[in-house]
Structures are given as structure tokens and as C-alpha cells.
Write a protein that binds this ligand. Structure first.
Ligand SMILES: [Zn+2]
Length: 190
């Protein structure tokens, strides 16, 4: 079949300047701080929407991957921060499941409550915990829509063994959403 290019996902160049890959991110707040930093840099540097995420080894906090919203730059509606972080982590570890046998448990910090697509992706990714920063209501103010997410959606993930902690450093995370709004950033609905 001709006419279909490969789909390639790549980090913006600034990731190399702002992410410290060597240190341990011990606490949920430490991990969230990195997700928020990524969301802020993404806005500051004009590479995408105000959302960041990162994947860590749950015990010890080794950083495995980061993610930032790349929808507009990559012209790809699925490239939310969580998706980018999960894809990069799975690619780096050579496993489609971050919960595979022989791997340590992983968690994800997301600077905002995940949308419907990302909640699904988090379920399939095999992570054991999800840390969320800003609340969905904070994103609604900017007209970002999370899609069909219901209280049952969270309960469903929890029943499948995924711990969910919401509102971690919410105010710091929300401040980046407001920064984006003040700069009249593109709202691409997601
Ligand atoms: Zn999403």
C-alpha cells in the first residue's frame, strides 16, 4: 500500500535541557512536579498544549519516560501527554505492558485528570498507580473536554488494581492551564 507515511513520535528538543534523567523522584509530589514542569515548558516553548506526564518505577522513583501534549505539532489527535509518556516508556523497555512479568511496578504522574482515551490507555498500559494534578473542572474552564469519563470509569480502573490519587499539587498544575489561556493557546479539544 502506498501513500501512508510512517507515524513517528519524537520529543521536542527542549526535553534534553529540562529533564534530569539521573535523579530519583521519590514522592508523589516530586513526580507531579516534573509532570507540571513539562506542561509549563510545553506552553512556554510553544510545542503544544498545557499538559505533561511522566512514567516512573513506583519503588525508588527512577524516571522511565516523559510525555507532553504533541497533538498540534504532530497533527495527531491521540498524542496526549499520558499517551506519549506511555508509548515512550513501553518502547524504551521493549514491552507493551509496564506491568509485565520481570518488570518493576510503574506509575504515571499526569498534570491533569486524564481524558477518556488516556484512562483507557492507562488501563491497558499495566501501570499500578496514576497520580493526577489539576482537576477536570480546571481544564473545562479552558473548554478542554475530557470526553466520556464517569465516576464509574475511575472505579473500574481501581477494581482492576490501579491506584488513583487525584489533586496532587492541583494549584500548581492549574496555574499552567491558566497560563495557556492567558496566551490564547489553541484548544484542540482534548
Ligand atoms: Zn488524554
Amino acid at each position: 500500500m502506498t501513500g501512508f507515511p510512517e507515524v513517528r513520535v519524537a520529543y521536542p528538543a527542549w526535553v534534553g535541557d529540562v529533564v534530569d534523567w539521573g535523579r530519583a523522584y521519590e514522592s508523589p509530589e516530586d513526580r507531579m512536579k516534573l509532570a507540571i514542569r513539562l506542561s509549563r515548558e510545553n506552553v512556554d516553548r510553544g510545542t503544544g498544549g498545557p499538559f505533561g506526564a511522566a512514567v516512573f518505577e513506583r519503588d525508588g522513583g527512577r524516571l522511565v519516560s516523559v510525555g507532553m501534549n504533541l497533538v498540534v505539532t504532530h497533527r495527531n489527535s491521540t498524542l496526549h501527554a499520558e499517551i506519549v509518556a506511555l508509548m515512550m516508556a513501553e518502547s524504551r523497555l521493549g514491552s507493551y505492558s509496564l506491568g509485565a512479568e520481570g518488570l518493576p511496578a510503574h506509575d504515571v504522574a499526569a498534570s491533569c485528570d486524564p481524558c477518556a482515551m488516556c484512562l483507557g490507555a492507562l488501563l491497558w498500559s499495566g501501570v499500578s498507580r496514576v497520580l493526577c494534578g489539576a482537576h477536570r473542572e480546571d481544564a473545562h474552564i479552558l473548554q478542554f473536554d475530557e470526553g466520556p469519563v464517569f465516576p464509574e470509569s475511575y472505579r473500574y480502573l481501581e477494581k482492576r488494581g490501579i491506584e488513583i490519587q487525584r489533586g496532587v499539587l492541583r494549584e500548581e498544575a492549574r496555574a499552567v492551564l491558566e497560563l495557556y489561556r492567558d496566551r490564547d493557546g489553541v484548544i484542540y479539544n482534548g
